[in-house]
Write a protein that binds this ligand. Structure first.
Ligand SMILES: [Zn+2]
Length: 723
């Protein structure tokens, strides 16, 4: 996933991001605070992590907000007639200090989260929401924006300037800039309440992830776990003061391997229950009441803004445009996916019966028996693959891919030259074939306390060029379990795909070649942004990557061809599970936000909606409602979790553009991909950008082929619709 400005939880996050920018050459006296100071040093300046402290977060945010409000007031009060330059460009220039502080705040929130950071989050979330409302509700400012917007077709603006003007105008209008004073006040109160609730929600999930664990004291209880998983569990135990024991932490990266391999069914059930109950345990960290309140406030806000529901409001500026189109896609995939799950379960049950297990497949059995089916059907054992998947080698493989497809060369940066916020973080500089700097890539691979689970990309600084050539800084973050010191970190095939996925987001940011930060890099529609990242996952399984970089951690030998062939053959294996696990979450998200102002009991809504959908009892949602950070830790992916599927229709179709041509490394297709997708940011409408790349729109056919589901006749390859 992609981390968008964590601090701006309010409705106007995108606007804030667009409005926030500026070359803070005007060194304010407060710049004595390291967190507010312009970034200095090599590569066009880097964050001063060596001088920043938690104590600076709050005053830094305050200084940044005050500075931007003053800048905005100056723009709004400009006696000159509104022009793109004195209004839109001036807004792009504003808020630079807040940008820098917010970036650091976001990094502390997501990767160094402790009591002190949480106190700042609680205090500042509503204040930041109020701050962004003050900007979008500034009437004089909006009048100027509207004037530039009205004249955009006739005032000699470039297409990028017109697009940026449209983006800012639409964001303001959608955020209530047209409301009367009383409604604005009401809206701002809602946004502030929501910001506090989002903070509380994510802190509750993090608390359950940090505080709950399964401690294993006897080695016998590890039965079935491969060596790297045991080593990881021992490492987690040691880091939690339980040396000599094993700990399964309550995070995805610890839980999933355990559910896949542990022979002890009772322990699998225990771990499964712990993981799916995050935020749903009653007591101080329970999220149910918070969800009810969030949903009601969102419904109220949507009405206030003139929309039928929160979902309608959120999707208006997405590629899907409205909930109906998103639902149509989800429903088209849901039915064949559920049918596939029933087949998968039958296969698993047959194995369990043959073993005389005397059980009925339950959700804590799915991963475990799926492995057995994989072995039986495809003679493929995940534990055979993992020894070839060394984290550092795969990272080199990603660099190879970036060089071949994008012309990017990665070079490690001397740690003495660029400070980092944690000793695990490393930095690379990225150069083009001529040796010209493209940007920096920060890599933070390991799990630790205070880091949220999952994997994500974060842009510390977007690329821009309108006031001087600013190079981007991007980061990839994941939660691999660190092995013993000096030993390679071995990861699963799925984790390797995620690694390539997040790197795809990073390449999207690094490829950006635009003028204005508000439309730069990954600042594109939510249901488009996962397309570049999902596409890049495909290169992991190319022979060029596997032969060179999937090397056995003991023998150094490349992964055998027969094993790769088996991986390929098993390509669509377990797609029923993957699709239903994901899609059930996406459907619940959308239905919660289509339900309007009714008072929702989340557990009950989830249970009843899933029953009505025909959710297979052997699977649980990938993110159950009480722990659904995508949806309730901010507005970001709310009514937007469908985006992964929407993007995947593009991904599958775009991958076929390569396979139909000269293959994954086809230079001409790669060039088109860079020209029309990766480099353009939000300077063009995503549908137009895709069409320019592919020569037509994407149909659903490639998606269904990718997942091994029957292709509906209307979506046959030749029937791809054009606009
Ligand atoms: Zn992503």
């Amino acid at each position: 996933m992609l981390l968008k400005s964590i601090v701006a939880g309010a409705a106007v996050a995108a606007t804030l991001a667009a409005a926030a920018s500026a070359n803070a050459a005007n060194a304010a006296p407060e710049a004595a605070l390291p967190i507010t100071a312009p970034w200095t040093g090599p590569f066009g300046g880097v964050p001063a992590f060596d001088r920043v402290t938690v104590e600076q977060l709050k005053p830094g945010l305050e200084i940044g907000m005050a500075e931007q409000l003053a800048e905005i007031d100056r723009i709004a009060a400009d006696p000159a007639a509104p022009t793109f330059e004195n209004t839109i460009a001036a807004m792009e220039r504003s808020g630079r200090t807040l940008d820098r502080v917010s970036t650091v705040f976001g990094i502390y929130s997501s990767t160094l989260n402790d009591e002190a950071v949480q106190a700042v989050e609680r205090e500042m979330a509503p204040r930041l929401a109020e701050f962004s409302d003050r900007i979008t509700q500034n009437e004089a400012l909006f009048k100027r924006i509207a004037a530039v917007y009205e004249a955009r077709g006739t005032s000699g603006l470039t297409p990028e300037q017109q697009r940026l003007t449209w983006v800012i105008y639409t964001d303001f209008a959608r955020s209530g800039a047209k409301l009367d004073a009383a409604a604005k006040q009401q809206l701002s109160a809602i946004n502030q309440k929501l910001a506090s609730l989002y903070t509380k929600f994510s802190q509750n999930v993090l608390a359950d992830e940090n505080d709950q664990q399964l401690v294993i004291e006897s080695e016998a209880d590890l039965a079935g776990l491969p060596e790297p998983v045991r080593a990881g569990a021992a490492q987690v135990a040691a880091s939690r003061g339980k040396a000599g024991q094993w700990v399964i932490a309550n995070t995805r990266s610890s839980v999933e391997p355990f559910l896949t391999y542990a022979d002890r069914r009772d322990l699998r059930e225990k771990v499964w229950r712990m993981f799916v109950s995050r935020g749903d345990n009653g007591g101080a960290t329970d999220n149910n009441a918070i969800i009810t309140e969030i949903l009601q406030l969102r419904a109220e806000r949507a009405k206030l803004l003139g929309y039928e529901t929160h979902a309608h409001w959120r999707l208006e500026n997405s590629m899907a445009k409205n909930p109906a189109r998103a639902m149509e896609l989800m429903e088209a995939v849901w039915t064949p996916a559920v049918a596939r799950v029933h087949e998968e379960v039958a296969d698993m049950q047959a194995i369990a019966d043959k073993e005389g297990a005397g059980i009925r497949i339950e959700p804590w059995d799915y991963r475990y028996y799926a492995e057995k089916v994989r072995k039986a059907k495809y003679d493929l054992d995940e534990t055979e693959i993992t020894p070839y998947l060394q984290l550092e080698n795969l990272r080199e493989g990603m660099f190879y891919m970036a060089r071949e497809l994008f012309g990017f060369h990665f070079k490690p940066v001397d740690p003495a030259k660029v400070p980092v916020y944690h000793p695990d973080v490393r930095v690379w500089e990225v150069n083009d074939p001529q040796g010209k700097l493209v940007g920096l890539w920060y890599f933070d691979p390991y799990a630790r306390k205070g880091k949220r689970s999952g994997a994500w990309m974060n842009a510390y600084r977007p690329q821009e060029r309108f006031d001087g050539d600013v190079k981007t800084i991007v980061s990839n973050n994941s939660n691999f379990v660190k092995g013993k010191p000096g030993e390679p970190v071995l990861i699963s095939w799925k984790d390797a795909e995620t690694l390539f996925h997040e790197f795809g987001h990073a390449l999207h940011g690094l490829s950006s070649n635009v003028n204005y930060p508000g439309v730069s890099g990954t600042r594109v529609a939510r249901d488009y942004v996962e397309f570049p990242s999902q596409l890049l996952e495909h290169w992991l399984s190319t022979p060029e990557i596997l032969d060179r970089y999937a090397l056995h951690y003991q023998t150094g030998k490349p992964i055998p061809k027969e094993l790769v062939a088996k991986i390929k053959k098993a390509d669509t294996f377990n797609q029923g599970f993957d699709t239903v696990e994901y899609l059930s979450s996406a459907l619940i998200d959308m239905k919660l936000h289509l339900a309007g102002a009714q008072k929702i009991d989340p557990d009950r809504f989830e249970r009843e909606t899933l029953a009505a959908l025909g959710m297979p009892s052997e699977i649980v949602m990938r993110h159950r409602t009480p722990q659904f950070n995508h949806v309730f830790a901010g507005d970001g992916y709310s009514a937007g979790y469908y985006s992964y599927l929407w993007s995947d229709t593009l991904t599958a179709d775009a991958w076929e553009a390569f396979t139909e041509a000269g293959g994954p490394w086809d230079k001409a297709v790669a060039q088109r991909l860079r020209d029309h997708v990766f480099s353009v940011g939000n300077t063009v409408d995503p549908a137009d950008g895709y069409r320019a790349f592919r020569g037509r729109d994407a149909g659903i056919g490639a998606l269904m082929r990718k997942r091994g589901f029957p292709v509906p006749p209307a979506a046959a390859p030749a029937a791809a619709k054009s606009k």
